[in-house]
Ligand binder design. Structure first.
Ligand SMILES: NC(=O)c1ccc[n+]([C@@H]2O[C@H](COP(=O)([O-])OP(=O)(O)OC[C@H]3O[C@@H](n4cnc5c(N)ncnc54)[C@H](O)[C@@H]3O)[C@@H](O)[C@H]2O)c1
Length: 261
């Protein structure tokens, strides 16, 4: 353990599962106090229990990233509980895996609301708190869909928008000492692509449980394995630490080379 986040406080949307959960665990082990902001309270409680057993400090706040009032409450809760906010990670995401003709307008709107507008609200509403904390770090999550524009329309539009959002926020907050970067993961073995949850439905035709899907994703990954949440968390740790003090507006692919294929 290197204690690279000693004294920092991190607010992590989507922190109850997958990539956000990986950040919560690693950031805590590196000395940060962590607030998991999510809609899945039971899963968050289990993660917090394990973080506390390992000697860390973590809390839960109910958050639907589509709701700006809940965002304000999450930021207020963090400052009241821990005194300041230094890191915001926008992980919350949703997808509907159907083609252009089958995606309803309502589904399209919801994907944009969660993946893109939810991240925007987080950046906007946490901004003053990050400035009060002395200037902080924001991390957004893109995707292969940020640069490969096939597949689910709402998803690729939202994840392409995340890159523009990241650069806008980086410019907007630079004078306050707050940085904003993005990670574009490849195929990460999480409930998002393996399980069947309301925010990310999968059946046999799409789930990693189906060996054909697993092999297809593996074949598209030159480094020869799918990513784990920890792979993404290590990059997140760097970008959110003071070691990255001169990095803002950047997009880091953590995808085993998948974007190259
Ligand atoms: N798993 C992958 O292969 C992969 C690849 C590229 C990008 N991503 C992105 O990574 C991010 C995290 O995905 P994951 O793989 O960890 O998925 P996951 O399903 O394991 O976790 C997503 C979390 O987001 C939460 N969430 C969903 N909608 C929410 C909302 N409206 N408000 C608050 N929380 C909400 C869920 O409750 C869940 O805890 C997403 O933005 C996803 O698009 C995932």
């Amino acid at each position: 353990m290197t204690r690279r986040l000693d004294g920092k406080v991190a607010l992590i949307s989507g922190g109850a599962s997958g990539i956000g959960e990986g950040q919560a665990r690693l950031f805590s082990s590196e000395g940060a106090r962590v607030v998991i902001a999510d809609m899945q309270s039971a899963k968050a409680a289990a993660v917090i229990g394990e973080i506390e057993t390992a000697g860390g400090e973590a809390s839960f706040v109910e958050l639907d990233v589509r709701d700006e009032i809940q965002w304000q409450k999450a930021v207020d809760f963090t400052e009241e509980r821990y005194g300041h906010l230094n890191i915001l990670c926008n992980n919350a995401g949703t997808n509907v895996r159907v083609g252009f003709d089958d995606l309803t307008i309502e589904q399209y709107r919801n994907i944009i609301e969660v993946n893109l507008n939810g991240a925007y609200l987080g950046c906007r509403i946490a901004g003053p708190a990050l400035e009060r904390g002395g200037g902080g770090a924001i991390l957004n999550i893109g995707s292969l869909a940020s640069t490969k524009h096939g597949g689910s329309t709402g998803y690729t539009v939202s994840k392409t928008g995340i890159i523009a959002l990241t650069k806008n926020v980086a410019l907007g907050y630079a004078s306050q000492g707050t940085r904003c970067n993005a990670i574009s993961p490849g195929h990460v073995d999480t409930p998002f692509i393996r399980g069947d949850n309301p925010h990310s439905r999968n059946d046999w035709s799409t789930s990693l449980e189906n060996p054909e899907n697993y092999e297809r994703r593996l074949a598209g990954t030159p480094l020869g394995r799918l990513q784990t949440p920890q792979d993404i968390a290590f990059a997140a740790l760097f970008l959110c630490s003071d070691e990255a003090a001169m990095i803002t507006g950047s997009v880091l692919n953590v995808d085993g080379g998948a974007a190259l294929t």
